[in-house]
Design a protein around this ligand. Structure first.
Ligand SMILES: NC(=O)c1ccc[n+]([C@@H]2O[C@H](COP(=O)([O-])OP(=O)(O)OC[C@H]3O[C@@H](n4cnc5c(N)ncnc54)[C@H](OP(=O)(O)O)[C@@H]3O)[C@@H](O)[C@H]2O)c1
Length: 300
């Protein structure tokens, strides 16, 4: 894998666009495709070759990075289950960086290997801002040689890469990280709701959290968004709801109880039902506010 060989990149959403831009900035020649064509404009301006169909990416590139929303998007792009699947993936290395279910990933890996392709899981921790800064943390899983071959490609997007073992170990690790992230941000939203309902000085509340022992990159970004009511998306409610469901499915498979995730899942579902699916995950505060309003209604 050298810098003169074109690399494919499919999925130019909130995460994929800054990730692909960082690859280009580092001199990686990219061939890109996105379902909604206008989202390729920034990449074209930065020097990527934009093609009209995913098949053109697979035809040109031996390595194709996918940063797609979910399993349906993956299957659509790979033409999985159709005649074109083998033609797209045979002899190719498919690197999936989105968050999918570990079971799905294991089956996909089997299917790709069965037709002579290579598959590497490379989910990432970090949302839009770390993606823009090339500061994601990647988790890799796959056959050892494939992981070694793919690892250098990720350097412009990531500050650290961890090798987790065989598929689906990277996705299992990613879900464990998500338990921490989702419950942390839900907790910040609930704490902000508490502070608001006691008419506390929210600027001071944020400053105390930022200076205190629990502060982290995530808490600083999210508390500032919560205090200003800036719901611009870094990680969408719909995506966090999807990820919460993936965590709960995996927990059920392992007969594991996750009470905080259970509560979070319900709140993200309620937030989406309020029509806030495209907003940032901090919009979960709206579902918490609704519950407060509902409990006042009951007591009056
Ligand atoms: N945002 C985060 O903080 C974050 C962090 C770590 C991991 N992740 C994971 O990374 C993945 C991408 O996240 P994101 O925030 O970038 O999501 P996003 O902004 O919603 O982008 C999703 C991408 O998938 C494409 N897509 C969706 N359905 C498709 C289909 N049926 N066929 C072809 N393409 C399809 C979208 O194309 P269109 O542009 O046409 O819609 C878009 O390029 C997800 O698995 C997410 O869980 C997200």
């Amino acid at each position: 894998m050298t810098a003169t060989i074109e690399i494919g990149f499919i999925g130019l959403g909130t995460m994929g666009t800054p990730m692909a831009l960082n690859l280009l900035k580092a001199g990686t020649p990219l061939v890109v495709w996105n379902r909604s064509k206008h989202r390729s404009d920034n990449l074209a301006a930065a020097g990527a070759r934009v093609v009209d169909h995913p098949i053109d990416v697979f035809a040109r590139c031996r390595t194709v990075i996918l940063m797609l929303a979910d399993e349906q998007a993956m299957d659509a792009v790979l033409a999985r289950g159709g005649h074109d699947f083998a033609a797209r993936v045979c002899g190719k290395a498919i690197v999936s960086m989105g968050t999918m279910s570990p079971d799905y990933s294991r089956c996909l890996s089997d299917d790709i290997h069965a037709v002579g392709g290579v598959y590497v899981e490379a989910p990432v921790s970090g949302s839009r801002k770390p993606a823009e800064a090339g500061q994601l943390v990647a988790m890799l899983a796959g056959d050892a040689d494939d992981v070694v071959a793919v690892r250098p490609l990720l350097a412009p997007m990531c500050r650290q890469v961890f090798e987790c073992g065989a598929i689906p170990a990277a996705l299992r690790m990613k879900l464990a990280v998500n338990v921490c992230l989702i419950t942390l941000v839900t907790g910040l939203a609930e704490a902000t709701h508490f502070a608001k309902s006691h008419n506390l000085d929210l600027t001071q509340f944020a400053a105390i959290l930022d200076e205190g022992p629990m502060a982290s990159d995530v808490s600083r970004i999210k508390i500032s968004k919560l205090v200003c009511g800036d719901f611009t998306r870094q990680a969408a409610i719909t995506d966090v709801l999807k990820n919460s469901r993936l965590v709960m499915e995996a927990a059920r498979d392992a007969a594991t109880s996750l009470p905080l995730m259970q509560a979070s899942l319900a709140l993200y579902a309620e937030t989406e039902a309020l029509g806030l699916g495209d907003d940032d995950m901090i919009a979960v505060i709206r579902a918490i506010e609704e519950r407060t309003a509902g409990s006042h209604g009951k007591s009056s």
